[in-house]
Design a binder for this molecule. Structure first.
Ligand SMILES: CC(C)(COP(=O)(O)OP(=O)(O)OC[C@H]1O[C@@H](n2cnc3c(N)ncnc32)[C@H](O)[C@@H]1OP(=O)(O)O)[C@@H](O)C(=O)NCCC(=O)NCCS
Length: 145
């Protein structure tokens, strides 16, 4: 059974552990900053009281939301946790009246791109050399209304 709830400081170590397994590219400092500045959009997924995934989303402007990162522990992937986290963050951003949600995905991350497409996102462009190692990013969007 998957429970989605707001991040709490006690979850920090688990979130950073998952982050390092699946991305290993965001400074942990960002996550504390998100907690301080937009805790409404910082969610974790629990399975049997274990933090198995997280998502960070926030409003960039009046009507645009952005997903900063979404990660699920490799041992818990393909169980619907990523979809559940994405659904919940979309719902929360929708309630805060954003009309579209944007995110970036590495061009090599075929699986995440397909995952987001299944959730209704589409590729709206490419940002060249978006990542620190020079890789391009797909800009993906979801129209809420
Ligand atoms: C992308 C990511 C968040 C998806 O998380 P997830 O929990 O595995 O996602 P879900 O289980 O909801 O869906 C994944 C797949 O499992 C399938 N699935 C969902 N529930 C399932 C279930 N109960 N049984 C079997 N398969 C299932 C889905 O159809 C989906 O297929 P797809 O990959 O072809 O789209 C995860 O792979 C991840 O953390 N990747 C590394 C970090 C990353 O790339 N993040 C995205 C960029 S910000």
């Amino acid at each position: 059974m998957i429970t989605i709830r707001k991040f709490q400081p006690d979850d920090f170590a688990s979130v950073i552990e998952i982050e390092q397994k699946v991305f290993n590219e965001h400074d942990p400092f960002y996550y504390m900053k998100f907690y301080e500045t937009c805790s409404e959009g910082f969610l974790v997924a629990e399975v049997n009281s274990i933090v198995a995934g997280f998502v960070v989303g926030y409003r960039v402007s009046e009507d645009i939301g952005r997903i900063f990162s979404l990660g699920v522990d490799p041992g818990y992937q393909n169980m619907g946790i990523g979809s559940a986290l994405l659904k919940e963050i979309n719902l929360r951003l929708n309630l805060s009246r954003v009309s579209e949600i944007v995110l970036e995905v590495r061009q090599s991350n075929v699986r995440a791109k397909r995952f987001y497409e299944r959730q209704g996102f589409y590729v709206s462009g490419i940002t060249e050399r978006y990542y620190y190692d020079g890789e391009n990013a797909y800009i993906m969007k979801l129209k809420l209304y």
